[in-house]
Structures are given as structure tokens and as C-alpha cells.
Design a protein around this ligand. Structure first.
Ligand code: UD1
Ligand code: F6R
Length: 721
């Protein structure tokens, strides 16, 4: 998702041009994670100025933005801290004003880059607005920058000039949610704060001198000291030890030569510095050093392999060539008192994909999390209620619709097919599902009382977008189920749901499919929340959704069996049939699509009931077949379809529910292989059943030496008709 990068040089002279290039290149190393906008903050010509550059689009667009402003590149900085960010929009669409760094005010007093979500940002915004602060962006991050300023000013007006980390502690007490964040300020030149909670951050250290020790001591608060002013609280508190020290004189006493702040002498230095043993030279003076702060080792590894991983609630404070790590609370018994500086042995590609060989594999394995993220904050499992913020106001209009038309392409089309029956059952609105290109070719009649729902991972697919324009022209209510915030479809629709699956990089769509499926189920559930007749059914489905992430995790454990299957039973075949019926017809189509696009093996999703009308002619002991035989009301019919196959010496691999006795017996008599998946509510079973097929397609492709993430002839986002 979003990416953070920071670069601090101390006594290592760098021109502004070099600093910009380092920051921009750091962002480029984060590009693979997916993003929609970028930005950096660096020092101006004097330490009381911060320059901000932000742009939507790719890093190249940021470079152009910087070039347009043409800041002098040759100015040299003996010491400097710069921060940078790639953003994947969650709060507010990708607009320049929403890009990070976010700032506290028009003077850029505090600038912040942030990954994660501040869940109480609305309350903070209201509180700060009541105190006269104005907001320029839609982001949750802006309130962090303003909070820094508010606190700084408030304490200063009471005579407390806080150290940067003390100020940060105050800010953090107000924040709820998750964050990895960097903060830079004109009040703390050449300093940077890096802190995290639930979002990764690491710090790379580069120095020509050998570090004295390979760890950094954690600095805990002195409980005997008074407390500084709290942000939104009392004004009568006394400053604590750390801020009193500063008032005694060693803050900002550094000489300024008109361009740069000059280094401190050893004596001056030791006044403020006590604990950061790793970075001092023998005589106690600081060494030249560079720090690279990042949310991802991928952007650090080029510069140094020596890294320190921050832990939740660590506040790293970098200044004067030192790295201090503070914590707000005294340590619990047994807690570590240091953070070790480790040597990374990983290569770049390895870091980007984690333990996985390909993005597709990574994304398949991300599904327990992405499924949860689609539901996060939207389903109250205790009360059994659903709240889709983007649809709430539109539900009455949707309920009045004459029909609902779902329109999409490829995998997204399959997620519509998979949920159609459940949708009609719960909403009692007739639903038609359309391939966007065919819908346009037919010039399908659309009326003002139709609701048209566009499903797309990228939000940029040309056919889907054209169909959307077609429906808008005819006055229909349009709705999007989209992964990319700020994409064309997300913007052009009247309303919709972001599926929040996170960026999908592998060309084959995997986690977007399961998240679209869940978003459509949640949509149907919200439409039916006033129907007494559906109470029990809704409860079952919501309970089912609650268990889905764990059940997906369970299915993923089939990987080694599937890998084996692909190496043996499915090897060297030219064609494969996937059979499904009812809810599982969509799974069959989607499974077959995955197999052809990734492994280049011909594969056909077949409605099991249609076998006898033609496809049965293909069946013999050679043709590999995968059949969905999980339990639902159509189970007897599925069993009979599969018997038609075994009667013709076919040996289908059955995807069935765990410990299903019917299949256990049949597997024994007919020597069939089974892949067992846990059981869930019938209309959710497709979420679990598709996973083995995703893995089959992946391993078939890997065995054939295909570049899984970039299959031939395909692009991630099909922006041509
Ligand atoms: C929104 C925030 C989310 C935050 C939550 C907290 C955004 C993008 N999302 O999520 O970060 O945690 O509030 O309350 O700011 N929309 C379309 N077409 C589409 C998809 C969405 O028009 O295809 C519209 C929706 O109608 C809505 C807006 O985009 O107005 C945001 O949609 P969504 O992210 O799904 O809303 P929330 O879940 O409320
Ligand atoms: C298959 C796949 C494609 C897309 C299709 C629509 O794995 O990725 O079939 O599903 O091109 O793309 P979106 O969902 O971006 O509109």
C-alpha cells in the first residue's frame, strides 16, 4: 500500500540535487507496492523553510513537478533530513492536496508522511477546527501535522520548549488507529521523528566507521519528572526533565553560517546526548553517518544492509548523527531494553515478495487479510449489522429499482455471477449479469429506473468504463464496486464501495475476486436489512463471513498437495475441464480462466448440468477434470453429474467439504482424488472453493516455467476496447 522513505545525512555533505535524487529513488524502490501519488519534503534555503513537492501519478510526475519549480540543486547541506511518500488513497481521492507529506499550515511548520489509518481523525479534526485550525485536504494524516503544531505552539506559549520526541509523545497520546509516520519540522532543523504502531518502519544506518555497538538503547521516561502540557488538555502542567534541559540552553544554540547549522563541539554535544552509544566515536564526538528510514527494506538495501527494525510505540528521534529510541512508558518486566542493528542478508527481489516467489502467490496468500480488510469497519458481527458508508444514502433508491444490472469483464464478471443468486434471494430485485463488451455490442436497453453496478479491480477497464458512460447517458443510477480509489470508474459512478483489497500487482486477479465477492454480499445484505423474512438467512451469512478469513487460511494449507498434483497428475496435459453447478458454476468459470491465462493450458468451465448436452463426448480416462462437489441444495445433482463422468472412466479431482462421507466412499471405489475445504454457508462457499483453483493455476504455470506475474499477451489494466 503506501510507502514511506526518509533520508538523513549528518556531516556527509550532499547537494540538494543529490538529496532529491536519493528521496525520489527511494520512492521508486517502493513503486512495486502500488500507489497513486507521491511527495517529498526537504529543507529550503534557510533552516526555517521546508519545501514541499507533491504530485498525483507516478514518481516521474513528481520529478517533473520538482523540475518545474527548479529549486537550486547545487546548494550543499552538511546535514539534512528529508521525507518522502508514495500514497495509495484511502481517505480522499488522489488529488495533489491529498498527497503526502501533509503539513500543519501554509508555512510548512510541521510536515508528516503517514501509512495506516487514524480512526479518530474526524473527532480530532473537529477539535482542532474548533481551535481555529483550517484543513486543506481530505486526509486523516493532516490532523497529525496540525496536532504537532498545536502542541508545539501551546507549550511554547507556556514557556515549555519541548524536545521533538517529547512533543511526539504528546501527539501520539491523541492518536487512535495505525501508523507508520515520519515528521519533520522547521522548529527542529536537521531532525526527524519516525514512529510506528501496526505499520512497519525500519532504519538503515550507513557509516564508514565501524559502529561501537550493534544495538541502540531504548530511552524510557523519567517518572519523577513533571508532565508537559497535553494537547487538548490543561495549561498548568510543568515541563518535564527533558524539556527543562532544553530550556537550560542547549537546544538550537547551534551556530548558523547563513546556509547551514554547524556541528556542535564535543562539550556542547555531550550536554544533550547521553545514550546513543552506537554512533559516537572514541572521543565522544559524532561520526559522519547517513540514516535511511523506510516502511520497506526494498528502498534501503541499496544503501546499506545494516538495519534496525522499530517496534510498535517506538519513537525514533534522529538528530546530530544519532539515533535515539524513546518509549512513552516504563518497560514491562522482560521487555527488551535495546533494539539491535541487524545485517540484512536478503536480496531486493526477495524483500519485495516476502517469502513468496511471485506477486500472484503473495496475493493468493494475502486473502485472509484482504478479505478481512474488505469487511473491516463495515460489518458489526455482534449486532449482525452492515454499514457501507459509500452506499448508505443510496439504498432507498436502489431498493426502488426495477432491476439491477451487474456489468464487468473477466474475473470481475465472475464475481458478479458468483453472487447473483444470493443477491436476488436477499434483495428480491431481478439481477442480470453482463459482460461489458457484449452489453455494449447489443446496445442493451437501459432505463432511468435501472440500477447499474460496475465491478472492477482497476477501475480503469475500457469496456466497463464505456458501458458506464452508456448507462450514465441513459439516466440510470450507477454504482461501483472498485479496488482503486480515485480510479475512473470510482469517480464516474454515483456511489459505490471500495473493496479495500490493497494493490493487486500480479496480472491474474486473485484477492480482488474474493474481495469483490464479499463486497457484493455485503451490498445485498444491506439491501435486505429491513426484511423480516430474511432475518435468519442474513444472520447465517454474516456468521459465515465472520469465519471466512480463518477458513481461507485453512484452505491455503492445501498448497503442498496441490503442488504435488500439478507436478504429477496434471502434468503434460493439454486441456482441463472444471465442472460446477449452481453457486459453483462461477467458480468453475473463474478457475478455468485462471488456468488458461497463467499456465496457457486450455481450460473450460462447464456447467455440470450441461455435460450431457455435448461436453461428455470429451470425457475419457485421459482428460483431467476438476469438479466442485461441496454441499448445497444441488448436491445430489452434482453427484449424479460426476457419476456420468466416472461411468466414462473419467477420474475427476473432487473439491469437497472436509470429511464428507459420500465423497470418501466414492473416492475409494473409483480411486478419485479429493481436495477438502471447510464448509460455509452455500452462497459463500465459492470464496473458499476458488482458492484451490488459484493454486492449481499458479503451480501449473510455475512447473511450465512461465513468468506468472507477467503472462504473455496480457496487461494488468485493459484500457483499450
Ligand atoms: C470511507 C473512507 C475510508 C474510511 C471510512 C471511515 C475513502 C475513499 N474511504 O470509507 O478510508 O476508513 O470512510 O468512515 O475516503 N464510491 C463511488 N464509486 C465507487 C466506489 C466508491 O462513488 O466505485 C464513493 C462512495 O459512494 C463514497 C466514497 O466513494 O462516497 C468512498 O467509498 P468507500 O471507500 O467505499 O466508503 P467508506 O467505506 O465509507
Ligand atoms: C483475470 C483478470 C482479468 C480482469 C479483467 C477486468 O485474472 O485479471 O480478467 O478481471 O481484465 O479487470 P478489472 O477488474 O480491473 O476491470
Amino acid at each position: 500500500m503506501c510507502g514511506i522513505f526518509g533520508y538523513c545525512n549528518y556531516l556527509v555533505e550532499r547537494s540538494r540535487g543529490e538529496i532529491i535524487d536519493t528521496l525520489v529513488e527511494g520512492l521508486q524502490r517502493l513503486e512495486y507496492r502500488g500507489y497513486d501519488s507521491t511527495g517529498i519534503a526537504i529543507d529550503g534555503d534557510t533552516p526555517d523553510k521546508t519545501l514541499l513537492y507533491k504530485q498525483i501519478g507516478k514518481v516521474d510526475a513528481l520529478k517533473q513537478e520538482i523540475a518545474r519549480d527548479a529549486p537550486e540543486r547545487d546548494i550543499a547541506f552538511a546535514s539534512h533530513c528529508g521525507i518522502a511518500h508514495t500514497r495509495w488513497a484511502t481517505h480522499g481521492e488522489p488529488r495533489q492536496i491529498n498527497c503526502h507529506p501533509q503539513r500543519s499550515d501554509s508555512q510548512n511548520a510541521f510536515t508528516v508522511v503517514h501509512n495506516g489509518i487514524i480512526t479518530n481523525f474526524r473527532e480530532l479534526r473537529t477539535l482542532l477546527a474548533n481551535r481555529g485550525y483550517t484543513f486543506e485536504s481530505d486526509t486523516d494524516t493532516e490532523c497529525i501535522a496540525i496536532l504537532f503544531k498545536h502542541l508545539y505552539d501551546e507549550n511554547l506559549s507556556n514557556g515549555h520548549e519541548l524536545d521533538f520526541h517529547e512533543l511526539t509523545k504528546l501527539v501520539l497520546t491523541e492518536l487512535e488507529g495505525s501508523y507508520g509516520l515520519l515528521c519533520k519540522s522547521v522548529h527542529y532543523p536537521e531532525e526527524v521523528i519516525a514512529t510506528r504502531k501496526g505499520s512497519p518502519l525500519l532504519i538503515g544506518v550507513k557509516s564508514d566507521k565501524k559502529l561501537k555497538v550493534d544495538f541502540v538503547d531504548i530511552e524510557f521516561p523519567d517518572d519523577t519528572a513533571g508532565k508537559p502540557d497535553t494537547p487538548l488538555g490543561s495549561k498548568n502542567a510543568t515541563p518535564n526533565a527533558s524539556s527543562r534541559n532544553l530550556l537550560n540552553g542547549n537546544r538550537r544554540t547551534r551556530p548558523f553560517d547563513g546556509n547551514n547549522l554547524l556541528p556542535l563541539t564535543a562539550n556542547e554535544f555531550n550536554l544533550r546526548h547521553s545514550q546513543s552509544r552506537a554512533f559516537l566515536s572514541e572521543d565522544g564526538t559524532p561520526n559522519p553517518v547517513e540514516f535511511f528510514v523506510s516502511s520497506d527494506a526494498a528502498s534501503v538495501i541499496k544503501h546499506t544492509k545494516k538495519v534496525l527494525f522499530l517496534e510498535d510505540d517506538d519513537i525514533a528521534h534522529i538528530y546530530d548523527g544519532e539515533l535515539h529510541i524513546h518509549r512513552s512508558r516504563r518497560p514491562e518486566v522482560g521487555a527488551s531494553m535495546t533494539r539491535s542493528i541487524q545485517t540484512l542478508e536478503m536480496e531486493l527481489a526477495q524483500i519485495m515478495k516476502g517469502p513468496y516467489k511471485h506477486f500472484m502467490q503473495k496475493e493468493i496468500f494475502e486473502q485472509p487479510d484482504s478479505a478481512l480488510n474488505t469487511m473491516r469497519g463495515r460489518i458489526d458481527f455482534e449486532n449482525g449489522s452492515i454499514m457501507l458508508g459509500g452506499l448508505k444514502a443510496w439504498l432507498p433508491a436502489v431498493r426502488r429499482a426495477r432491476r439491477l444490472i451487474m456489468i464487468a469483464c473477466g474475473t470481475s464478471y465472475h464475481s458478479c455471477l458468483a453472487t447473483r443468486a444470493m443477491f436476488e434471494e436477499l434483495s428480491e430485485i431481478p439481477v442480470s449479469v453482463e459482460l461489458a463488451s457484449d452489453f455494449l455490442d447489443r446496445k442493451c436497453p437501459v432505463f432511468r429506473d435501472d440500477v447499474c453496478c460496475f465491478v472492477s479491480q482497476s477501475g480503469e477497464t475500457a469496456d466497463t468504463m464505456l458501458a458506464l458512460n452508456y448507462c450514465l447517458e441513459r439516466g440510470a443510477l450507477t454504482l461501483g464496486i472498485v479496488n482503486s480509489v480515485g480510479s475512473s470508474i470510482s469517480r464516474a459512478t454515483h456511489c459505490g464501495v471500495h473493496i479495500n483489497a490493497g494493490p493487486e500487482i500480479g496480472v491474474a486477479s486473485t484477492k480482488a475476486y474474493t474481495s469483490q465477492y464479499i463486497a457484493l454480499v455485503m451490498f445485498a445484505l444491506s439491501l435486505s436489512d429491513d426484511r423480516v423474512s430474511k432475518i435468519e438467512r442474513r444472520k447465517d451469512i454474516i456468521r459465515g463471513l465472520h469465519n471466512i478469513p480463518d477458513q481461507i487460511r485453512e484452505v491455503l494449507q492445501l498448497e503442498s498437495r496441490i503442488k504435488e498434483l500439478c507436478q504429477n497428475d496434471l502434468k503434460d496435459h493439454k486441456s482441463l475441464l472444471v465442472l460446477g453447478r449452481g453457486y459453483q458454476f462461477a467458480s468453475a468459470l473463474e478457475g478455468a480462466l485462471k488456468i488458461k491465462e497463467i499456465s496457457y493450458m486450455h481450460s473450460e468451465g462447464v456447467l455440470a448440468g450441461e455435460l450431457k448436452h455435448g461436453v461428455l463426448a470429451l470425457v475419457d480416462e485421459q482428460l483431467p477434470i476438476i469438479a466442485f462437489g461441496t454441499r448445497d441444495s444441488l448436491f445430489p445433482k452434482v453427484v449424479s453429474s460426476i457419476e456420468q463422468v466416472t461411468a466414462r472412466k473419467g477420474r475427476p479431482i473432487i473439491i469437497c467439504n472436509t470429511n464428507d462421507e459420500v465423497w470418501a466412499k466414492k473416492a475409494e471405489t473409483n480411486k478419485l482424488l479429493t481436495l477438502e475445504v471447510p464448509q460455509t454457508v452455500d452462497c459463500l462457499q465459492g470464496l473458499l472453493n476458488i482458492i484451490p483453483l488459484q493454486l492449481v493455476s499458479y503451480w501449473l504455470a510455475v512447473n511450465r516455467g512461465i513468468d506468472v506475474d507477467f503472462p504473455r499477451n496480457l496487461a494488468k489494466s485493459v484500457t483499450v476496447e
